[in-house]
Design a binder for this molecule. Sequence first.
Ligand code: 7TS
Length: 416
Amino acid sequence: MIAAADPKAARIVADFPILGTTTSRGKRLVYLDSAASSQKPRAVIDKLVDYYENYNANIHRGVYEIAARATDAFEEARAKVARFLNAADTAEIIWTRNTTEAINLVSFSWGLYNLAPGDAILTTQLEHHSNLVPWQLLAEKTGAELRYIPSDAQGNLVLDGLDDLLEGVKLVALAHVSNTIGSIAPLEVIIPRAHAAGAIVLLDAAQSVPHMPVDVQALDVDFLAASGHKMCGPTGIGFLYGKRALLEAMPPFLTGGDMIKRVSYETTSFNELPWKFEAGTSNIADAIALGAAVDYLEEIGRDWIRAHEIRLTAYALEALRPLEPRGLQVYGPPRAEDRAGVISFNFADIHAHDLASILDTEGVCVRAGHHCTMPLMEKMGWPATARASFYLYNTEEDVDALVAALEKAATVFGIA
Ligand code: 7TS
């Protein structure tokens, strides 16, 4: 049974100006690519404009009024992210450009100083390149071994051999939600076992923080990385959460202005957390606007967003089923409750890129390709997939448009 559409969803659509636009073919924009980047509500766009029009100034240095206002807004946004994640301390939030930079920060500032031959890094077969390439390079540089928790054919991690895999591991780095398959990692099993084995845990939360409640203290993660642009915020801003004791012990990643306490010609002492990790002029406008995105998501409620996405995913899985006898293959866990709002699929022998192009003619935006998970695609034997991904502003009508566009693709490609 499919629950009736929630009227709140329709009200949310009105908050996103772009969702009221049409494509050059006159089709309503049906945006199903939020796993790549989310759309932005009016409140976030207005916050950016307000900063540039009314208090644009550099932070942490000016004594004049607008500089003080910019500094306060920038630091208040950090506090909002800290509260959003339930971090114990605002200084545990480091601004970065995105998830990728946050992960690289840990690799360079923690990894290079804490790993040696004989140690191991444990990740999974499901990872985005951003949570895989940094560890490959780190393993090369330090002589540590890189291991993978295997995935089954539905994108669920296979934990049978976990204790053996954890032998000698200093760092476990894994995604909360797979961006390609939408499966959700069993963190309640993996994190305590990683800690018991003496490892710290980095969570790539790029696909979870925007969509469901994530509490860093309840999960007991040591590091967490996420991107503003996937959570209704601007591009170019993301963050790293790290436990204070770990961050205190790490040397800076980048060096220069703002991250120093005192500099002489001979030596430098570093600023306190979090600024020790924020060299140079920060992305002030986008951090402040990300604060507005956090306010927006809190107002809607992450429990509501998660429930809405489960509802939509269940609706979509059911709406796609009639196409399966005609060659539609949907990947991932069968139950909507066991996955995020990410649905990867292939249709008969149509290449995923061709499929995405046909959907585009109907105004339906999906991503096609390897989704920056090339090793996973190869393991699964998928040359590419098309991927529809949902967010708080998607509706059953969007799913219906996807199904109608797939029907059109079947006609174009002569699928009976
Ligand atoms: N980790 C995961 C799980 C991701 O899904 C992504 C981006 C990243 C890291 C990197 O995020 P960035 O903001 O640093 O680029 N995922 C996708 C995607 O699925 N389609 O486009 C980007």
